[in-house]
Design a protein around this ligand. Structure first.
Ligand code: SF4
Length: 484
């Protein structure tokens, strides 16, 4: 749901973070600047703060700040150098939005320094914080807490320490860790949050999304496997399976909305999945009387184009996005914030005036922003507006690091399609079915697609059976699931 709401932080689900790690010993790249460029490509995953940590001659230095990557590093990272480093863009789901909570986090001294950045949500963090003792921690972030756990862990080498700490962690996480001149990447046993691996020059690169690897001139090799620890250093790539789970639970919302359209997960391109979502939506929820199809920019556009092709209707741009409006700018009052949102998207009058518009979006959270978008289309002369959503109704909260909001924030939690259509002012509304979502995300058909979807993806925000853990006992039944 890309149109930002002015009155709610929950009108658009927000990703928790993006991470990157590079080990490239040849000296042929300016590694800190590569980290900054890679983070810029991951900017959509977090816009509150950005930071990098670089190791040279055994010493780690960090640079972090509030704002987007280019605001924190307007001239790159020219004061740092080294052959190995990690980076982080953050949107806060734990800890407030302050520079003290910006990552990567650096703890320890001399050869024992550890810098860590993470994407996800550690669900038993309160328990772990108590275990560590409040005096140890300076911030409320999971990243700092895990870095301290690693620092305190027993082990003859760092990989051993990770193996000691991993069983303590509950939740969804992908880590990049910098210690003693090496980069480590780790995904939780269910593989809920992404982490991709590629080659870069004579070294290796880890990133939340493949587009960051490819934009830097690297070659995507594969996703880090759920429960896999990869170690990048002078010995090359070392992979260890440190945890096992028969069921995996990759976040299906990555395909629908969060990830950049140019990225690929598990060899399935996000763009192709979004097209499949649109095609399936057109089959399940055909256009009643539409003249044109349009997508809400940017994430719904591939689905909308595919919908139009499947329905045999022309695709048009009902909205265009301003290049210059900056949604991160804090406005002093609600009216100004509202105007800022309106400034970001403009209705293209000739494309909608006198037309029956079928508008495709990827999700509806509260419905406030969609209500404004549809009112804007009507103000510009649209005769009818039919709304189609390329995912099932969002009915449940996320416990795994995505800020969707609580049940009371979600319009579909207790309203049916007819009521939602009336609220947002649409002439008709149709959602993709869960069955259709399974087919599109697996790019498959039939029972096989349904089984593959259930066994490998989280879809709890659409259907409670799609959570990988019981929602009541949170993560307590993890071990049972792992053995199932
Ligand atoms: S509940 Fe929804 S947003 Fe959260 S991890 Fe699962 S699929 Fe993703």
């Amino acid at each position: 749901m890309p149109l930002e709401s002015s009155d709610s932080p929950f009108d658009s689900p927000r990703e928790a973070c993006g991470v990157i790690g590079i080990w490239e010993p040849s000296g042929s790249i300016n590694l800190p600047d590569y980290l900054v460029l890679g983070l810029t490509e991951l900017q959509h995953r977090g816009q509150e703060s950005a930071g990098i940590a670089v190791c040279a001659d055994g010493r780690i230095q960090t640079r972090v700040g509030m704002g987007k990557v280019r605001e924190v590093f307007p001239h790159g990272a020219t004061d740092l150098e080294g052959p190995v480093g990690i980076g982080h863009v953050r949107y806060s789901t734990t800890g407030s939005s302050t520079v003290q909570n910006a990552g990567p986090f650096l703890v320890g001294e001399h050869a024992g320094q550890v810098a860590l950045a993470h994407n996800g949500n550690i669900s038993n963090s309160e328990e772990l914080r108590l275990m560590l003792g409040a005096a140890v921690l300076d911030t409320a972030t999971d990243s700092e807490m895990v870095a301290h756990l690693l620092l305190a862990a027993q082990g003859t080498n760092f990989a051993e320490k990770i193996r000691v700490v991993l069983p303590l962690l509950r939740g969804a996480y992908s880590f990049v860790i910098l210690s003693a001149g090496k980069v480590y990447g780790l995904r939780d046993p269910l593989g809920m949050r992404p982490l991709c691996l590629g080659r870069l020059g004579r070294g290796w690169i880890l990133a939340s999304e493949t587009s960051a690897i490819e934009k830097l001139g690297g070659a995507y090799e594969r996703d880090v496997r759920p429960g896999e620890l990869v170690e990048l250093g002078a010995e090359g790539l070392c992979s260890t399976q440190v945890a096992q789970s028969k069921r995996h639970a990759f976040c299906s919302f990555e395909y629908i909305y969060f990830a950049g359209a140019a990225s690929t997960f598990d060899q399935r391109p996000v763009y192709s999945v979004r097209q499949a979502l649109g095609r399936q939506l057109a089959r399940e929820q055909p256009a009643p009387t539409a003249d044109v199809v349009s997508g809400v920019p940017d994430s719904a556009v591939p689905a909308a184009i595919a919908y139009a092709a499947e329905a045999g209707l022309p695709y048009t741009e009902a909205f265009i996005k301003s290049r210059y409006s900056d949604r991160s700018f804090i406005k002093p009052d609600q009216r100004l914030r509202q105007l800022e949102v309106d400034l970001k998207y403009s209705v293209v009058r000739p494309n909608v005036e006198g037309k029956r518009v079928l508008l495709v979006d990827d999700s509806i959270v509260r419905g406030n922003t969609m209500k404004r978008a549809i009112a804007a289309l009507r103000n510009y002369g649209a005769r009818e507006v039919h709304l189609r959503i390329s995912s099932p109704p969002l009915r449940n909260p996320c416990f795994y690091g995505i800020d969707i909001g609580s049940d009371s924030d979600l319009i579909a939690a207790d309203a049916d399609e007819r009521q939602i259509a009336a609220y947002v002012g649409a002439d008709s509304l149709g959602y993709l079915s869960l069955h259709g979502l399974a087919q599109a995300i697996t790019l498959g058909t039939g029972e096989e697609a349904q089984t593959a979807f259930h066994n490998n993806h989280c879809y709890g925000c659409f259907n409670k059976h799609g959570y990988p853990y019981s929602t009541h006992s949170a993560f307590d039944d993890r071990e049972k699931l792992a053995q199932a």
